[in-house]
Design a binder for this molecule. Structure first.
Ligand SMILES: O=C(O)CNC(=O)[C@H](CS)NC(=O)CCC(=O)C(=O)O
Length: 273
């Protein structure tokens, strides 16, 4: 699998170009039959004005078609981090899983919305002003293993990850656009905890740097093993991780310490905002 981190632009075509160039480079170096390319949350269009984002969300079909075409052309699976997909007067933060034939095999709509006051240049995040929360859990069978889908702020809610692992997830994707202060304090411990308690690989592709209207994101894209080890992590520069997960390790961790069968607690999904 490959994890792409860059300073995502507010201009969708620029992000598409970036993805295209990275796929060319990756495929030159890695000719493996299967390759899963993970993109960050908001990778289509980031830090645009609310009205530009809304307009894009209600006309994101051609953009999605272009990403699907790239998946097919370069024979890769793509986790299209999130793409805003319009619904009524808002949109879903949709994370798509696209196979190497360019077909969308899964769509997860971000469940937990980031309505939070942060001590940074933007301060008041109110994702629910524009975004409709998802209501469905997604675990999908792939050549890479069973993939559970989450997005960014979801990582703070262990119940979601517990439900995904109870449904058999081996790898949980967490495309993200984390703030810098919360990233410094919480990014790694949260992701490591989710990996350890669910005995899954965590793969988190993140945006990084200062974006077009001044918003800053934390970077530090990371892959974590089912034992909680940081297998690979980026700093704040645009860069990629390429990583081959060892599924035997996952089996061994679960055999030695069968958390799922020991667990005495269940969370309920409230379906509320
Ligand atoms: O807005 C977009 O275009 C893409 N989406 C995001 O950037 C989202 C919502 S504002 N960011 C987060 O969820 C950060 C979570 C976070 O930083 C934390 O949990 O501490």
């Amino acid at each position: 699998m490959a994890v792409l981190q860059w300073t995502v632009s507010s201009v969708p075509e620029k992000n598409l170009d970036y993805l295209h160039q990275e796929l060319i480079k990756l495929r030159k170096q890695y000719k493996t039959k299967q390759l899963l390319v993970c993109l960050p949350e908001g990778f289509a269009c980031f830090d645009a004005t609310p009205s530009d984002l809304m307009a894009f969300a209600h006309a994101s079909e051609p953009f999605i078609a272009s990403v699907r075409a790239l998946a097919k052309e370069y024979n890769v699976w793509i986790n299209a981090g999130t793409i805003p997909i319009g619904e009524a007067d808002k949109y879903h933060a949709a994370s798509l899983l696209i196979n190497s034939n360019g077909e969308v095999v899964a769509r997860y709509n971000k469940i937990h919305l980031f309505d939070v006051d942060v001590d940074d240049s933007k301060q008041n995040y109110r994702e629910s002003n524009s975004t409709i929360a998802g209501k469905d859990l997604v675990v999908v069978d792939t050549p890479f293993g069973k993939i559970g889908m989450t997005v960014c702020y979801d990582m703070r809610f262990p119940g979601l990850f517990g439900a995904l692992s109870a449904q058999g997830a081996d790898i949980i994707l967490v495309p993200s656009a984390f703030t810098v202060p919360t990233g410094k304090a919480h990014w790694l411990p949260l992701l490591q905890a989710r990996a350890i308690e669910n005995q899954v690989f965590i793969v988190a592709a993140a945006t990084t740097g200062t974006h077009d209207r001044g918003r800053e994101t934390y970077g530090h894209s990371v892959v974590i093993s089912p034992w909680g080890e940081i297998e690979a992590m980026l700093a704040t520069q645009p860069d990629n991780i390429v990583y081959l997960p060892n599924m035997d390790k996952l089996t061994e961790v679960r055999q030695r310490m069968p958390l799922l069968s020991h667990n005495q607690f269940n969370y309920e999904f409230k379906h509320e905002q």
